[in-house]
Design a protein around this ligand. Structure first.
Ligand code: UD1
Length: 430
């Protein structure tokens, strides 16, 4: 298993180009199952989750071609992917794939809408929480699907197709909103989704579905109205910039006291994060295709944050902000309201000298003067990158083990940070 070695304490200065958004690319790729035509996506990030989803789509019978080369065996490195799902030969999403990447369960809605059946593994829990599928299941049932759970699989059938329904989600769920948007696009009649997620990745999916011929209104609001159509067609579409990667590198600049220009992105995608960073003492200057961020002063101030659905502060940026707050000249209360167990990075940050006390869903971070490098262990994608950020600011050497989590969602992380002056390298172990 690879690890990452960082010699910290250097301000980062330079430019980082932001990749396409993993969390947008995944549902956009799944939308290929809704049409017999070819869907071509550009600005795709080269991260492990994309390869895992290609494997799943090919397992369903899709043909995926990346930059002209067959990607069926994985191991592709292009940015433009064409997927053709004319012949769906298998409607099962196996445990081995879905347990690695929960987004695999998004195939349920499209398969039901197009083929009338799907057998999808329950994703199971993960480090950050139990992550149930009840919202996906009950909403698809309201549209006429019959779903039973047997042997760890959701076995779903809609022999007469799906029918539009008025659905009110009891909790805001990004995945359930995406699954239902895709299912409703090919259903009979009108579906209304209330308390829908408003994340920019939902807007990206609506824009793609519309380009494929879907009739959807309300993106960016909590009420989506979908008039089902008989068929969707192929299109070409560019994946939006990764707002979590954007926020992560913004914090890299601030935590090291450097100055980084982020390109191929927009400040408006992570306004809540930039507001918190400005309050902590960051300077932000918007540019034509991104922004420049630096720290104004020798330290940052303590700022409280609470994670919330968009446009609130994103849970996927909680761990990174906590890393920053460990070095604040005061205290910060960090409250996690989306996932029940998303403080796995706390004991690891403590190994670097952070002073953090967890009370239920809140963590009180009392800033310390310095962090000192140590061996630490990555537990999930965003927790891992918070350890990278802390390691960049810590004195001496930090070794982060189990970095396969990072590879799921950050493209060429070491290369991008090294280009800004970080002393960072990957250690390959067999
Ligand atoms: C997506 C993101 C993930 C992000 C999360 C919240 C992708 C691939 N992943 O995950 O990075 O952290 O949004 O912004 O886009 N819930 C239920 N029942 C359900 C579904 C969800 O109770 O059927 C709960 C979850 O346990 C969680 C909350 O709803 O507490 C939000 O989860 P959700 O928005 O569904 O997250 P994902 O779509 O899985």
């Amino acid at each position: 298993m690879d690890s990452i070695r960082i010699k910290g304490g250097k301000p980062l200065n330079g430019k980082i180009e932001i990749s396409g958004a993993k969390n947008s690319a995944l549902p956009l790729m799944v939308a290929s199952l809704l049409t017999e035509d070819t869907l071509t996506l550009s600005n795709l990030p080269h991260v492990a989750d994309i390869s895992t989803l290609i494997t799943l789509l090919c397992h369903h019978g899709a043909i995926a071609v990346m930059n002209g080369e067959s990607a069926n065996g994985g191991g592709c490195d292009g940015r433009s992917l064409s997927i053709n799902a004319k012949n769906i030969t298998n409607t099962e999403a196996p445990y081995d794939i879905v347990r690695k990447m929960r987004a695999g369960a998004l195939v349920m809605g499209p398969l039901l809408a197009r083929i009338g059946k799907a057998r999808v593994s329950l994703p199971g829990g993960c480090a950050i929480g139990t992550r149930p599928m009840n919202l996906h299941i009950s909403a698809l049932e309201e549209m006429g699907a019959k779903i039973t759970i047997t042997g760890g699989y959701m076995e779903a059938e809609a022999p007469d197709g799906l029918t539009g329904a008025d659905i009110r989600f009891e909790t805001v769920s990004v995945g359930a909103t995406e699954n239902l948007l895709m299912a409703a696009s090919l259903a009979k009649g009108t579906t209304v989704l209330e308390n829908a997620a408003k994340e920019p990745e939902i807007t990206d999916l609506v824009h793609l579905l519309r380009a494929m011929g879907a009739d959807i209104t309300g993106e960016g609001t909590s009420r989506l109205v979908i008039n089902g159509v008989d068929r969707l067609h192929g299109t070409s579409y560019r994946v939006m910039p990764d707002r979590i990667e954007t926020g992560t590198y913004a914090i890299a600049a601030v935590i090291t006291g450097g100055k980084i220009e982020l390109t191929n992105t927009h400040a408006s995608l992570i306004r809540s994060v930039l507001d918190a960073l400005e309050e902590a003492g960051a300077d932000i200057e918007e540019t034509e295709n991104g922004f420049i961020i630096s720290r104004d002063g020798p330290t940052v101030h303590g700022v409280d944050i609470m994670t919330l659905p968009y446009p609130g502060y994103p849970t996927d940026m909680q761990a990174q902000f906590m890393a920053l707050m460990t070095l604040a000249d005061g205290a910060a209360m960090i409250t996690e309201t989306i996932f029940e167990n998303r403080f796995m990075h706390v004991p690891e940050l403590a190994r670097l000298g952070a002073n953090i006390t967890v009370h239920g869903h809140s963590a009180l971070v009392r800033g310390v003067k310095r962090l000192v490098g140590a061996p630490v262990m990555a537990t999930d994608l965003r927790a891992s990158v918070s350890l990278v950020l802390a390691g960049l600011a810590a004195e001496g050497e930090t070794i982060i083990n189990r970095v396969y989590h990072l590879d799921r969602g950050y493209e060429r992380l070491e290369e991008k940070l090294a280009a800004c002056g970080a002393d960072i390298e990957r250690i390959h172990t067999s």
